[in-house]
Design a protein around this ligand. Structure first.
Ligand SMILES: [Zn+2]
Length: 1013
């Protein structure tokens, strides 16, 4: 991030009553000579040792704070008094305060010179006393632009200013000097001076009275004991809605220019439903006085559980009707944050090693609440297809970690903010709930929360309550599941004789680096073919998997199953390795499996097979397309559409090996997306298919269609082309080099000047396929003085290198990597994460592998933990991607495309033009495509000679095909030009059926010759 330089400010003139009157600084006692160095490193982080030592000495803590939001647009000012009991005054004490300025300071009513290093203030022991102490600090701090601390945003649409805090995990000390650690819970009493047309929100209810110069002074009631990170201060001319229909008053806030699009009723309904569910489940009523939710601009993450004043990203507001995926993700976050009011805010982890339990638990509870209180009652199915996918992905990285792990300092937090802490942990809790039983689990949770209300806990507290309610020893479970990294893979081993099952076992394995086996409580399903030829689960057997091999008792004479699912219902967190014979069965019969979740489990296993190089990605795509023909379940359809986009993305990165398969498949997928979005029965389906089209589109014809939709020349039945869709279309055109992109962009910005529009325009500019453009943006991102702000930097980063631009990415790679050490020293972890994740996506080449490897080796000692983590992961992903090139069944040609390859690519593009023209009754387009084929350039003579040598006597046949293709193209062109569509269609069929297949067959052999050259 761009760290703003603190500037001093003489504020407080508007609050004379609070002015601290000083004599002169020279008279103030100074630091003294002895014992002043606290031994704490001057960095923007809090280490656990310091935190533990403070916790051991400090108790009965409260904060009284006054904050001025009126005096400056650059920075805010504050006056805080910390009152606490100190167990011993024998050593110095530090107070966290990053990036601000201390104006004046009193320790136990004596004026002192603050010893402040930009990260924390040190109070020497001789100024402290055993027993009660008070420290009063007058300070200022810049507003931030990166979404941390107190973030300030000016709406480009109407010029209004909005503020909000984001204090997790260690940003509360950017709002006020504090002991910024979760286990020093405190009571906060706050006053805020704000412009009179603003609403100010914090944890407690507040009221305002007029103060000087058009400002209001807000006073908030003293909070119960909470952690610093859960405190908050939000302010601005927010639009506000209220719902007082239950005991707890609810409010919802959003920017004025966004207000008309907020799904207010849905938001309140979900919140009410969630509150009732949690109140019953925990057997504890909602623990605070009121519940405010604010939708805020430029928010870094989905939602933040500030106690009774939750914040959300504006990504949950759409300017068209939200589709199902958007509604579900919004509901999930609303219910997740609400669960934190009990689990997280009321009861809080001692330190950040416990963050996973907080997050995983809220994720699990949100799923249960969704089943109870929303339309998404098959939410565990969605958790499998999306949540677990993320968890496995993260757990397979070289940087993986145990679910619960040691956290030495707060800057390691970003190593944990991931799919293990959220989704893998939630998977483990789901397995635990299955193991101890749902009601025992609930009772254990409830007792744990009741015992520790307003306090802090360790893992043992949670496990202890589960053991007690289930009367079960969980020490080994906890050790295997929570303290060991990596995941297990389950394989089926089965022996049959004369079609009857002799033996059945589940083989459990673990990766070499993390060779830990676990106990898994699962259901194993045995599939048979019924009389109608359908695949049905004939037996579902509960099994406790332990060790490397678990034998399953089979009844004598049972028919040999055609397929076995070792994790039916997805109770455990383990991958399934399909045997080759399973893949054969699934190729024909995946769609015949009755249970939708099981179809998903097998489809995911097939994708794993393809992405690990065990089968061509094109085969997966064909399988998914086949399933799409018959699939009706929404979850499976979502999985199909998102996995097709993922597969196409990877195939683009794997060119030229995928050049043979990609054009045809892309054409099929694009056509499917358009057709289905046009004809689907519901808006949810329409948007899902349109999304898939927009995610994959990259053929000439597809990009042409995107252009036509943007221009209004083409329509999709029932789809309103919202500003969001328009911006996506524009980005697609930019990515593919539209020559008039600058004018289109100008026009679009005049239609949509919102914050969303401004960010999208940056994406469009970043997507332009030009090396100079890429370099310019990368250098801008690297500039520590850049004032763009993280939200806009992200809009650039996400679109800088789409999958079809890996050549440009490779060219820019030295610049991207070269600045890492320098950036790592000053940039915020959130920025470093986006930078390394977005700019180092796989290029899958030996050159990219080599450069990433050197960077890992050379820079390791110079990078902060976040930058190093994502660099190592980028290297691993690039190596894996390169390794699956060989698995793509096509000719391997390196370097520039040969003339022949180019001709084949053109041929494929031209064919699409012909067929598109015929389908859309655009005979001009058909004529154009046919003409291009008829006129296609010849293979250079030296290549013809090599080909002739290889083909020998078959060479004349090959040439003959070439001639036939030419003749038919001339024929189609003539028919289309004459307006005779029927004749053109007939010609097209003859071209495709009669010639191209043969042409293709020769192409492989010809290309092989050229490769060996
Ligand atoms: Zn959370």
């Amino acid at each position: 991030m761009q760290r703003l330089i603190p500037r001093r400010l003489a504020f407080l003139a508007v609050m004379p009553a609070l002015l601290l009157l000083w004599s002169c600084q020279q008279d103030v006692p100074t630091a003294g000579d002895a014992g002043f160095d606290s031994g704490r490193a001057a960095v923007d982080a809090l280490d656990r040792d310091t935190a533990d030592a403070r916790k051991a000495r400090v108790s009965n803590l409260d904060y009284e704070v006054l904050i001025d939001l009126v005096s400056s647009e650059e920075e805010f000012s504050g006056d805080v008094t910390l009152r606490f009991n100190l167990a011993d005054a024998s050593t110095d004490l530090t107070i966290d305060f990053t990036g601000g300025s201390v104006i004046e300071m009193l320790v136990n009513d004596a004026q002192v010179v603050a010893n402040y290093n930009g990260y924390f203030i040190t109070i020497p022991a001789d100024q402290l006393q055993s027993g009660p102490n008070s420290v009063r600090i007058t300070y200022s701090h810049p507003y931030t632009g990166d979404g941390t601390g107190l973030h300030r945003f000016v709406d480009p649409e109407d010029g209004q200013t909005y503020l909000y805090t984001y204090l997790w995990p260690y940003y509360a000390n950017r709002l006020l000097p504090s002991f910024d650690q979760p286990n020093l819970k405190a009571m906060f009493a706050m006053k805020v001076l704000a412009p009179e047309d603003w609403t100010v929100v914090s944890m407690s209810p507040g009221s305002s009275e007029p103060a000087n110069n058009g400002s209001n002074l807000w006073t908030f009631g003293t909070t119960p004991k909470i952690s610093t990170y859960a405190f908050s201060l939000h302010a601005g001319p927010y639009a506000v809605w209220e719902d007082n229909s239950s005991d707890i008053p609810l409010r919802l806030f959003a920017r004025q220019s966004l207000a008309e699009y907020v799904a207010v009723d849905e938001w309140f309904e979900l919140t009410q439903g969630g509150m009732q569910f949690y109140g019953r489940y925990f057997d504890i009523p909602y623990p605070f006085e009121k519940y405010d939710q604010l939708i805020v601009p430029e928010f870094n993450i989905g939602g933040m559980e500030n106690a009774a004043a939750v914040t959300y990203t504006e990504g949950y507001v759409q300017r068209q009707e939200s589709d199902r995926a958007q509604r579900e993700s919004r509901a999930g976050t609303i219910l997740h944050e609400l669960a934190h009011m009990w689990f997280g805010d009321l009861v809080t982890h001692e330190w950040w090693n416990g963050m996973w339990l907080n997050e995983s638990f809220a994720t699990q509870m949100a799923a249960l609440a969704k089943i109870e209180a929303t339309e998404f009652d098959d939410t565990w199915h969605g958790f499998f297809t999306e949540g677990k996918k993320r968890a496995f992905q993260r757990d397979s990285r070289v940087t993986t970690h145990p679910i619960e792990q040691v956290v030495g300092a707060t800057d390691e937090f970003y190593m944990l903010f991931d799919g293990i802490t959220y989704q893998k942990g939630a998977s483990a809790l789901k397995q635990l709930q299955h193991l101890v039983g749902a009601e025992n689990y609930r009772l254990g949770v409830s007792a744990y929360l009741k015992e520790n209300s307003f306090g802090t806990t360790e893992l043992a507290d949670f496990i202890g309550h589960q053991e007690k309610s289930a009367n079960l020893y969980l020490g080994d479970w906890s050790d295997e599941w929570l303290l060991k990294p990596g995941f297990n893979t389950l394989t089926v081993e089965m022996a049959c004789e004369n079609e009857s099952l002799q033996s059945l076992a589940i083989i459990q394995s673990a990766p070499e680096d993390h060779p830990y086996l676990r106990m898994h409580r699962v259901d194993v399903a045995l599939y048979d073919i019924d009389n109608d030829g359908a695949l049905v689960a004939g037996d579902i057997v509960p099994v406790q998997i332990e060790g490397a091999r678990t034998e399953i008792a089979v009844s004598a004479g049972r028919a040999c199953p055609v397929l076995v699912n070792p994790n039916h219902n997805d109770w455990t967190f383990a991958k399934i390795a399909l045997r080759d014979e399973d893949a054969v069965v699934l190729r024909e019969q995946l769609g015949d499996i009755e249970d939708p979740m099981s179809r998903s489990i097998f489809l995911a296993a097939l994708l794993d097979k393809a992405m690990s190089g065990d089968m061509p990605i094109a085969d997966y795509v064909r399988q998914a397309l086949k399933l799409a023909d018959t699939e009706t379940n929404m979850r499976v359809l979502e999985q199909i559409t998102s996995s097709l986009a993922e597969a196409v993305d990877m195939m683009k990165r794997l060119r030229p090996e995928t050049d043979r398969a990609l054009p045809q498949l892309l054409d099929d997928i694009e056509a499917l997306g358009l057709r289905r979005s046009h004809f689907a029965q519901t808006q949810d389906l329409k948007h899902m298919w349109l999304n898939m089209f927009l995610n994959v589109v990259s053929s000439n014809a597809g990009v042409g269609t995107a252009r036509a939709i943007l221009d209004g020349r083409a329509e999709i039945d029932g789809i309103e082309v919202s500003p969001e869709i328009r911006w996506r279309l524009l980005t697609i055109l930019s990515r593919h080099g539209a020559s008039d992109i600058a004018e289109l962009l100008e026009m679009e910005l005049s239609r949509d000047s919102s914050d969303f529009g401004v960010r999208s325009a940056l994406s469009v500019r970043a997507a332009v396929p030009d090396a100079a453009v890429k370099e310019r943006w990368v250098r801008e991102l690297q500039d520590p003085q850049s004032a763009i702000g993280l939200a806009r930097q992200r809009a650039i980063m996400y679109e800088l290198f789409p999958a079809n631009q890996t050549n440009l990415q490779l060219k820019t790679l030295p610049i991207i990597l070269g600045a890492l050490p320098r950036m790592s020293a000053h940039a915020d972890p959130y920025f470093m994460r986006s930078y390394t994740e977005s700019l180092l996506t796989p290029m899958c080449r030996p050159e990219s592998n080599a450069q990433l490897k050197s960077a890992v080796n050379d820079y390791a000692g110079q990078l902060n933990p976040t930058a190093l983590r994502f660099l190592r992961e980028a290297h691993q992903a690039d190596v894996e991607c390169l390794s699956i090139r060989a698995a793509q069944p096509s000719v391997v040609l390196t370097g520039e495309p040969t003339a022949l390859q180019q001709i084949m690519q053109d041929l494929s593009d031209n064919l699409i033009e012909i067929s598109d023209g015929l389908l859309n009754h655009d005979l001009e387009l058909t004529a154009k495509g046919a003409m291009a084929i008829a006129e296609h350039p010849q293979i250079p003579p030296e290549q013809v000679q090599m080909v002739a040598k290889e083909l020998g006597p078959e060479m004349p046949v090959f040439k003959q095909f070439d001639v036939r293709v030419h003749n038919l193209a001339v024929e189609i062109n003539a028919a289309a030009t004459a307006g005779d569509r029927e004749a053109a269609v007939a010609g097209f069929h003859r071209l495709v059926d009669g010639c191209l297949a043969c042409h293709d067959a020769y192409k492989d052999r010809v290309a092989a010759v050229l490769r060996n050259d």
